[in-house]
Design a protein around this ligand. Structure first.
Ligand code: MG
Length: 252
C-alpha cells in the first residue's frame, strides 16, 4: 500500500530530509585521500545524533546480519550497501555515500557519488550522467504521470550515454518508514504503472554502471558489486509530489 502524506507529515519528513542532506554535505567536505570509511561513518553518526535524530540504516535488516553502521559507503565497483571499515580512500576512487535519517519517526534518504582527487573523463561522465538521470526522473514525478514515466526518463538518460542502469535495486516510497511502497525501478515503459498522486513521497535513486548492468552480492550479505568489476555511481533524492509539481526534500 502506498502511504499518502498530509502537508503536516511532509513538514516533518522535510526536516528529516534536510538533516540527511546536511549530513551528506558534512561528509563530502571530509572526503579526501587517506580517510577511512569508518571515520566517515563516525562523523555521520555524531552529526545525526547531535541533531536529535537516529541513523536509519543502523540496525536495519532482518535476521542475524543487521546493518551495523550509519551510512553506506560504496567505492568504485561497489554499487550500493558498502559497509564502512578500515579501507582508506585513495586518489582516483569514486565514492558513493548513502545516508538515512530518522527524525521523530520520519525518514529521509539521500545519496551522492564523488571523486577522490582526479578521475578520468569517462568516470567523470558517469557521475554527471547518473546525477542528470536522477533529475530527469524527478522532472517526471508530477501528478498525472505514472511511475513508468519516471523509470523510463532515468533509463533513457543513462543509455543515451552508453551506461547501464542496475535492475536488481530500486527506488522506493519513504517518509513514515525507510522503505515503503511503491518500488521504483530505474528502467521501464512510459505511460505504465502506478498513477502519481499528491502526497506521495518517493526516494528516486538511479544506480548506474560503466559496463554491464548485472550485479553480484558479496559474502558479507550487504555489499553489491558490478559483476564485470567496472565502476558504478549512485545518486538519490527524497521528493514529495505536490499540487503543482514536486519538491526535492533532500536539498538544502
Ligand atoms: Mg534509498
Amino acid at each position: 500500500m502506498v502511504i499518502l502524506k498530509s502537508l503536516e507529515e511532509i513538514n516533518y519528513i522535510r526536516k528529516s530530509c534536510k538533516l540527511a542532506a546536511s549530513t551528506l554535505n558534512k561528509l563530502l567536505e571530509n572526503i579526501k585521500e587517506g580517510i577511512t570509511t569508518l571515520e566517515l561513518d563516525r562523523i555521520a553518526e555524531d552529526y545525526i545524533v547531535k541533531h536529535g535524530a537516529k541513523p536509519a540504516f543502523k540496525g536495519y535488516g532482518t535476521g542475524k546480519n543487521k546493518f551495523q553502521h550509519s551510512i553506506c559507503v560504496s567505492i568504485n565497483e561497489e554499487v550500493v550497501h558498502g559497509i564502512p571499515g578500515k579501507r582508506r580512500l585513495r586518489e582516483g576512487d569514486i565514492v558513493s555515500i548513502d545516508i538515512g535519517t530518522n527524525l521523530k519517526g520520519y525518514y529521509g534518504d539521500t545519496a551522492a557519488t564523488v571523486p577522490v582527487g582526479k578521475i578520468d573523463s569517462r568516470e567523470q561522465k558517469l557521475l554527471e550522467v547518473t546525477k542528470k538521470s536522477l533529475f530527469a526522473g524527478i522532472e517526471k514525478a508530477i501528478i498525472g504521470n505514472r511511475l513508468g514515466d519516471i523509470s523510463f526518463a532515468i533509463q533513457k538518460t543513462v543509455e543515451n550515454f552508453n551506461f547501464s542502469v542496475v535492475r536488481e535495486y530500486v527506488g522506493h516510497g519513504v517518509g513514515c518508514y525507510l522503505h515503503e511502497e511503491p518500488q521504483i525501478p530505474n528502467y521501464g515503459v512510459p505511460h505504465t504503472g502506478l498513477m502519481l498522486e499528491e502526497g506521495m513521497v518517493l526516494a528516486l535513486e538511479p544506480m548506474v554502471n560503466m559496463g554491464d548492468y548485472k550485479t553480484r552480492l558479496c559474502n558479507n550479505g550487504w555489499t553489491v558489486v558490478t559483476e564485470d568489476g567496472r565502476r558504478s555511481a549512485h545518486f538519490e533524492h527524497s521528493i514529495a509530489i505536490t499540487a503543482d509539481g514536486n519538491e526535492i526534500l533532500t536539498i538544502l
